[in-house]
Design a protein around this ligand. Sequence first.
Ligand SMILES: Nc1nc2c(ncn2[C@@H]2O[C@H](COP(=O)(O)OP(=O)(O)OP(=O)(O)O)[C@@H](O)[C@H]2O)c(=O)[nH]1
Length: 304
Amino acid sequence: MTFRSGFACFVGRPNAGKSTLTNALVGQKVAITSGRPQTTRHTVRGIVHRPDAQLVLVDTPGLHRPRTLLGERLNDLVKDTLTEVDVVGFCLPADQKVGPGDRFIADQLQELARDGRGTPVVAVVTKADLVGKGRLAEHLMAVAKLGEWADIVPVSATSGYQVKVLEDVLVGHLTEGPALYPDGELTDEPEAVMVAELVREAALEGVHDELPHSLAVVVDEIVPREEPSNDGRPFLDVRVHLFVERDSQKAIIIGKGGSRLRDVGSQARRGIEALLGARVYLDLHVKVAKDWQRDPKQLGRLGF
Ligand SMILES: Nc1nc2c(ncn2[C@@H]2O[C@H](COP(=O)(O)OP(=O)(O)OP(=O)(O)O)[C@@H](O)[C@H]2O)c(=O)[nH]1
């Protein structure tokens, strides 16, 4: 039996049903994989474990936010998404006519699917339970006209209609490969995720090259000290590893004489202190893990 694994993301205008669909696919185990490096800079929203496949659903921050939707950054975001995932699900709610917002996203997807890696886009007609058969058929035709989709699948996340079919379709677009995350290891520690995110943000500030995709942030531990700090707040030791792929990237993060890393540390620390309501001693380590994104052994060592 061949095992497939890979990443998918849902895009679509606000309220298209992306989150609800993610939850329906993943079941109860909506997951934040805290303390683990993200293979992309997108947050893992959930993981579908099957005997024959593992489908990792990632978020595409900004894509569904109207402000950035119209902004310059959209192109980059979509481009990144398309090159990082194996399949994109474009959500179009059945109870709403195809509108300019949908057309805009559709055009971007089509263009980038052509000149990118050719990432397949599955058109997902969501909320099928809200309309009758006639209306659904009309909507499917309108969606078909919007672009060239790898598939068009009507679903209802609330009734469960065709959710399994969609899962099969998405899995069908994954390539052969080992599971990326251990089964059952979906934890829900939003604090660690946010701490990692704050460190990541600080580390990437002002950096424009390929570094973003090569940086993995792992929160090793958050340990309270027995003595509170002078001002009476709790005192936490927070140990974090930053993994990059090359020595040159390590040099960028650390900066001359460690100056940049110190800035990264103090900026992240301020955010973490505000987040956790505690004084924080932040311990940052930068390590090179060559090609960690592609190497299953490295992924294992990094906690995948
Ligand atoms: N009837 C019905 N309602 C749905 C379905 N899926 C989602 N909804 C509802 O549609 C609304 C939006 O769903 P979300 O999953 O939050 O949509 P989203 O695309 O993640 O929204 P943003 O995060 O704003 O982009 C919620 O009120 C859901 O309950 C469905 O299959 N059927």
